[in-house]
Design a protein around this ligand. Structure first.
Ligand code: NAD
Ligand code: IPM
Ligand code: MN
Length: 373
């Protein structure tokens, strides 16, 4: 693999703590495992930078980040305790804007969030079949409920009306759904025939893709998604398909999560489903995520765990860095350091098996993973 240069962006709250863990691991990989990677640490975007400069990041930030091969972000958001009026606090609308701007400006239209219950991880579902949870939620990352257009009329009056536009284009829907089928196919090839799903139309199938919508209440985009899904499904006869309405999908994620493989959903539904999938597979402390453009490497991809800045535990060393380190493994693979990515994922898994049930702080978990490496 060629040398790679990335940006570490600590961000807010536990973001800085888990990025520090990632830096320790990257240092280890660079110094002892021949991974030719270098990095800059950018103090922006973050609330601290805003406090000093009156904005979340420099004016030329977007131009500058485009020069990196990948971005590794901790988390953004520092709403602060309402009990302390002196404390510098930003509304989420300001502090999170850079994250949404990166996804859009860098054209990172797919968000992939694997949820696999690793041995040793906290298992919140009592059913022993929950040990088989192994799904990949693919979230639309460029439009839908996140276009952020709308407004408030008659603000503060009894007649106030808030509108929030949602936009779903065929172009974005087709590329998303085709990508989801390709991922399902790849999982089928990698997994072999060890896990079987039943598909009513196609008989027994060995990989399965579930489309989630709310087409009963939101038919305009729900039907667009369903039509595109059915069209593209014809190109993938070996993939079993199903559809779930998002409310029922939430219920089934808890009732029988082992019956899901790849799940494809809109921006907002994908956001909600992936916090749920995270807790089914050990919690937010173990849930990795990436924002990618599967068709193009022209822009840097953005890697950040599913979790946020966790103000309730920030500054106490209590954050679990495993989500960030599994995210780092995804980044290494994306950058072509396939073996190092696999090793890091195996190290997180090995650490869980030997230490998973012990109460450990961020530094102890990081040391355990480095020892396993
Ligand atoms: P959160 O994900 O930060 O935390 C939810 C719960 O999970 C908290 O109890 C937290 O302590 C726990 N948790 C999260 N990550 C953990 C980890 N690595 N180890 C152990 N426990 C962990 O969600 P929230 O509290 O709703 O949001 C806090 C702030 O983060 C808000 O400003 C929100 O907008 C922002 N946020 C940012 C991102 C991001 O930058 N990608 C994602 C989600 C939320
Ligand atoms: C996530 C986060 C973001 C999202 C927020 C912070 C805007 O929850 O990455 O899951 O909703 O996409
Ligand atoms: Mn989220």
């Amino acid at each position: 693999p060629q040398p790679r240069h990335i940006a570490l962006m600590p961000g807010d709250g536990i973001g800085a703590e888990v990025v520090a863990a990632a830096e320790q691991v990257l240092t280890q990989l660079r110094d002892h495992h021949h991974v030719d990677i270098s990095w800059d640490t950018l103090e922006w975007p973050s609330t601290a930078w805003h406090q000093e400069h009156g904005r979340m990041m420099p004016e030329d930030a977007m131009h500058r980040v485009k020069g990196y091969d990948a971005l590794l972000l901790g988390a953004l958001g520092d709403p602060g305790p309402t009990s302390d009026p002196q404390r510098y606090r930003l509304p989420d609308g300001i502090s999170l804007a850079p994250l949404l701007a990166f996804r859009k400006e860098l054209d990172l239209w797919a968000c992939e969030r694997p949820a696999r219950l690793l041995p040793g991880a906290p298992q919140f579902l009592a059913d022993p079949r929950a040990a088989d949870i192994d799904m990949l939620v693919i979230r639309e990352n460029s439009e839908g409920e996140y276009v952020n257009q709308g407004g408030r009329m008659h603000r503060g009056t009894p007649n106030e009306v808030a509108t929030q536009l949602e936009v779903f284009t065929r172009r974005a829907t087709e590329r998303l759904i085709r990508h989801a089928f390709l991922r399902a196919r790849r999982r089928l090839v990698l997994r072999g025939e060890t896990k079987q799903f039943y598909c009513a139309e196609k008989g027994q199938a060995f990989a399965q893709l579930c489309l989630v919508t709310k087409r009963n209440a939101q038919p305009a985009w729900g039907e667009l998604y369903s039509e595109v899904f059915d069209e593209i499904a014809r190109e993938f006869p070996e993939i079993g398909t199903r559809h779930e309405l998002v409310d029922a999908a939430c219920m089934k994620f808890v009732q029988c999560p082992w019956e899901f493989d790849v799940v494809v959903a809109s921006n907002l539904h994908g956001d909600i489903l992936t916090d749920l999938a995270a807790v089914l597979s050990g919690g937010l402390g173990l849930a990795p995520s990436c924002n990618i453009n599967p068709d193009s490497r022209a822009m840097p991809a953005l890697f950040e765990p599913t979790h946020g800045s966790a103000p309730d535990i920030a500054g106490q060393g209590l954050a679990n860095p495993s989500a960030m380190l599994l995210t780092t493994a995804m980044m290494l693979e994306w950058l072509g350091f396939t073996a190092a990515g696999e090793q890091l994922r195996a190290a997180v898994a090995a650490d869980l098996v030997s230490n998973g049930h012990r109460n450990r702080n961020c530094q102890e978990i990081t040391q355990g993973i480095i020892a396993a490496l």
